[in-house]
Ligand binder design. Structure first.
Ligand code: ATP
Ligand code: MG
Length: 557
């Protein structure tokens, strides 16, 4: 199926009923109406239309009222009698929510508007909805609309999103495990790049699933290939790595706070003396522990040593010795090699940012950062540093470098419980969520537990793709996110199929129940694992235990 919406034809005129034609699409009559809701009654044998096609939760129907057609969403069905007569007529009632109204222009083009002007009188006739009307309801005719699947109600009708509003006001994909979140994300990322070839995407991949999903579009960075110098970390981010989330080490932290700016100033002064001005000499005194200027670990160590040797130093000797041991262990730990490689003693910030944020992108606009196997305190700090850089990059480029930051398993980094997670990570993600729109930095969050995600982040995501959600509290979160007038759209969130979603928000014309289009197998996240899973069980692949154990040890060293 083609991506852009303009390529889709405009419905089916044959459905339009001629005035003298029998009312073959008639499906029931209004027997009650109370503003936002109505009840339809029908008898199962009364109408020619195949009722199984219409009487399904989540379907839309129309009710003819004068020149316009009121659109209703079926959210509850019941039989009036307590039992079901197989061969006889059964009376069925359908509760519907009134979601909007369709009027035809003079040229016969249907136009949908939310809200109802003319309420249906009792006895009004309900019809099966026309394809043209369904299209008018669901297709956003904006410049950068992209088709991402089909409507569940009618698979001939494309489901489309407006990529510009999806990006600028951020988006979320939520759903129980295995429902298709990661696949939907891969699809949406492809559509975003199709509509916005200037976009860069930074994807945090906690399960190393996406490396195979974008063979044509992504560079993959792992802790072996990432180069993120320690001096780019702000004090708190660096401390998270040094103290590994442990509290009660304030004195060591104070020592770092004093000494890192001195080490940075020393480096700047040396560079200036060598003719490479990194900072005006007059500004060297203003360097703080957070200024992104390089420094050498050897200078930091020398300073600690010097203070240990002083009789009345600023800090307790035992504290300094403990800090030195800690830093020593860190620098020599192979898991932190990406922070302390030999290459990082120079001011290579341009290379680092250029590589991570794909400037120039050389046709590979996605950076997929593999985080499985990386210690959690490092993951937190790395995400904090990178989200901060993404924001600053977009801000200082005045929007000419537009970045989409995607957090898979976002509840791990911005959990509901503020005592969990890492403060600076929360702040840097929240900054993108709150202010990113102004500078062209966008956020996509994916989570299986919306209830465990910080609500301020979720509330900033103006487009939501809700896949099946089994848990009541998770459903409540999504229910509160959708506007009142469409609340019943998500009453069936617990029962929709895999790959199906209820999409609503800025990027979607009207809340819709849709099915994501099928991704080619080789573009599915986790394709690597499938290959292994699909191997012949009678002829399983060799298990290289030495490599596996090496990796297990590396993780817990
Ligand atoms: N759009 C799609 N096209 C093709 N297959 C799909 C699609 N969506 C889901 N699937 C199938 O469903 C499986 C599970 O999807 P996926 O891994 O995306 O789920 P998930 O919600 O991310 O799961 P988890 O919570 O475990 O990460 C995929 O392996 C794939 O076989
Ligand atoms: Mg997944």
């Amino acid at each position: 199926m083609s991506g852009a919406v303009e390529t889709i034809t405009q419905g089916n005129d044959a459905e339009q009923r001629a005035p003298d034609q029998t009312p073959e699409r008639e499906i029931g009559r209004v027997i009650s109406c109370d503003g936002g809701f109505a009840v339809l009654a029908t008898s199962t044998l009364q109408h020619e239309v195949d009722s199984s096609d219409i009487w399904t939760i989540g379907r839309l129907i129309t009710i003819a009222v004068g020149e316009s057609r009121i659109v209703g969403l079926i959210y509850k069905l019941n039989s009036v009698d307590s039992d079901w007569e197989e061969k006889k007529s059964n009376t069925v009632q359908a509760q519907i929510e009134l979601v909007g109204e369709i009027r035809d222009t003079k040229k016969g083009q249907p136009i949908f508007s939310r809200g109802i002007i003319n309420y249906p009188p009792l006895g009004s006739v309900a019809h099966k909805i026309r394809s043209r009307d369904l299209m008018a309801i669901h297709l956003p005719y904006t410049k950068r609309s992209m088709v991402i699947g089909t409507l569940s109600q009618d698979d001939k009708i494309p489901a489309a999103v407006d990529i510009d509003s999806m990006l600028s006001r951020h988006f979320a994909i939520v759903g129980t495990t295995g429902t298709g979140k990661s696949s939907a994300l891969a699809l949406l990322m492809r559509k975003c790049l199709e509509a916005r070839p200037d976009l860069r995407i930074l994807l945090f991949d906690p399960h190393n699933e996406f490396s195979t999903a974008f063979p044509d579009k992504a560079t993959v960075l792992s802790s072996d290939t990432l180069d993120l110098p320690f001096w780019l970390f702000q004090l708190e981010e660096f401390a998270e790595v040094v103290f590994r989330g442990r509290e009660g080490l304030e004195e060591e932290m104070d020592a770092l706070r004093d000494m890192i700016p001195e080490a940075r100033a020393k480096f700047a002064a040396k560079q200036n003396a060598g003719g490479k001005t990194v900072r005006r000499t007059s500004d060297v005194g203003n360097i703080s522990a957070d200024t992104p200027l390089p420094y050498r670990m050897t200078d930091l160590f020398a300073q600690i040593e010097e203070e240990i040797g002083q009789l009345d130093g600023r800090h307790d000797r035992l504290v300094l010795k403990s800090l030195k041991t800690r830093l020593d262990a860190l620098v020599n730990d192979p898991r932190y090699r990406f922070m302390f490689t030999a290459r990082t003693v120079d001011d290579n910030i341009t290379d680092v940012i250029g590589t991570i944020f794909r400037i120039p992108h050389n046709d590979l606009p996605i950076t997929c950062l593999q985080l499985a196997g990386v210690p959690s305190e490092v993951v937190q700090s790395v995400i904090s540093v990178l989200c901060r850089m993404a924001f600053e990059l977009s801000m200082w480029s005045k929007g000419s470098c537009s970045v989409l930051v995607v957090c898979e398993e976002a509840h791990r980094y911005v959990p509901l419980d503020h005592s969990q997670g890492f403060g600076p990570t929360r702040l840097s993600i929240a900054r993108i969520a709150k202010e990113g729109r102004k500078y062209g930095v966008h956020l996509g969050v994916v989570t299986q537990r919306p209830g465990e995600l910080d609500p301020t982040i979720l509330s900033q995501c103006s487009s939501v793709f809700a896949l099946r959600l089994a848990n009541d509290s998770d459903q409540d979160i999504i229910r509160s996110a959708i506007s009142d007038s469409s609340a019943s759209t998500i009453s069936f969130l617990s029962s929709i199929g895999n790959r199906e979603a209820i999409a609503f928000g800025e990027a979607i014309a009207t809340p819709m129940r849709m099915q994501f289009m099928e991704l080619r197998k080789e573009f599915l996240p986790g394709a690597e694992i499938f290959k292994t899973a699909e191997a012949d069980p009678n002829n399983p692949p060799d298990i290289d235990l030495n490599t596996i154990i090496g990796k297990m040890r590396g993780m817990h060293e």
